[in-house]
Ligand binder design. Structure first.
Ligand code: NAI
Length: 349
């Protein structure tokens, strides 16, 4: 079903406020969920509202958090989010990081004790819109085997990087460190289809194509993705003194408990490293050169990271955003949440 961004925003607001979230935090959360759907990241948009509403209603998200900040040096800030909604905490964290990087060249902002913050590219894009470069990493619940292992240990631990150019184009790289999200496996089950090899393993750690035999997801590119997800866990978990690896809380286990997650933003101000104008022009030149390449067989063009999202957003703004009918039925209905997620196993079957 197609829906305008304004309608989607107000439907999401109603559910979040109905569940008990403050208007201020509901506005930020709705804005970021709509941004995700607009960019075509439907796995992290309106489809998640039912889950957030249930967790808010069951008090697993603190709706009156008292944020606390410690600043051990001019460029390092630690924010304790008091287990408030992750979207608000990650956005404030990036706003602080932008301010610090503008004044000091580099900002490292660690946010601890927060809930899920969705598609993390939203936060790095905020910095790039201010002419800065940003990285962000965050923890997520364990559902991935380490390379060569049999038991889930890491989350789908995402990485995002954003950088500006001289002409307004923004490179926005934003990915999970797993080959596929769990949602894609559920989708195959619902369609009665096998999964391609390389997505997941069974309880023995052997590759499986049977969507019902999946016990864990696989890291991207074997040991390389495994190393990246470990890096994310160390930077956004251990370095902030938080539960790490398999000790990270589950998204679906107990919706009345706080998640205690961590996220790390790192922001660079190019002015402190080189001539900013030269840097921005180099970025534009590089994007032009990439786009001028002859596409390989099967490709229409070379795209830069984030370009697909911009193209999708431009179409959605004209034609309306594609949202699954089942999600729209829920959003338009009276029920605040459908009591679907609590006490499920880690894959929310
Ligand atoms: P994806 O596989 O759709 O895209 C990954 C990256 O590849 C993007 O930067 C995209 O722009 C780029 N890309 C895709 N096709 C391209 C092409 N043809 N040419 C150039 N670049 C291209 O993303 P994935 O891994 O499915 O992640 C989806 C979202 O899930 C992300 O927003 C991520 O932040 C979020 N996430 C959030 C988690 C959390 O706990 N908060 C956990 C895991 C993921």
């Amino acid at each position: 079903m197609k829906v305008s961004k304004e309608e989607l925003y107000s439907l999401i607001m109603k559910k979040l406020e109905g569940a008990g979230l403050s208007s201020e935090h509901a506005k930020t959360t709705s804005e970021i969920l709509v941004w995700s759907d607009l960019k075509g990241i439907h796995s992290h948009g309106a489809v998640r509202v039912d889950y957030y509403a249930e967790r808010i209603a069951k008090k697993g998200i603190n709706v009156t958090p008292q944020f606390q900040y410690t600043s051990p040096s001019s460029s390092v800030l630690i924010m304790d989010g008091d287990n408030g909604i992750g979207f608000e905490i990650a956005k404030i964290g990036m706003e602080k990081a932008i301010e610090i990087a503008k004044n000091h060249g580099v900002a490292v902002v660690g946010m601890k004790r927060m809930s899920h913050s969705g598609a993390i590219g939203y936060y790095t894009e905020l910095a790039a819109k201010e002419g800065l470069l940003a990285l962000s990493f965050c923890q997520s619940d364990p559902m991935v085997v380490p390379y060569g292992g049999t038991e889930p240990y890491y989350g789908t631990n995402p990485i995002s990087f954003a950088a500006p150019s001289a002409d307004g184009r923004i490179v926005l790289f934003d990915m999970a460190t797993t080959v596929q999200a769990w949602g894609k496996i559920l989708d195959r089950r619902s369609k009665g289809l096998d999964i391609p090899e390389g997505w997941a393993v069974d309880k023995n750690g052997s590759p499986t194509t049977d969507p019902y035999a999946v016990n864990a997801l696989l890291p991207i590119a074997g040991p390389k993705g495994y190393g990246l997800m470990m890096m994310v866990d160390i930077l956004s978990g251990m370095l902030l003194g938080l539960p790490f690896g398999k000790h990270v809380s589950s998204m679906y286990h107990d919706l009345s408990s706080n998640r205690e997650l961590g996220q790390m933003h790192i922001v660079f101000n190019p002015e402190f490293f080189t001539d900013k104008d030269v840097f921005l022009k180099m970025m534009s030149q590089s994007l032009d050169e990439l786009k001028q390449q002859t596409p390989a067989p099967g490709f229409e063009e070379v795209q830069y990271p984030g370009e697909g999202g911009i193209n999708r957003m431009n179409i959605y703004l004209k034609e309306g955003i594609d949202i699954a009918d089942s999600v729209m039925d829920y959003l338009k209905g009276k029920t605040i949440h459908q009591n679907k997620y609590d006490n499920k196993n880690r894959f929310a079957e």
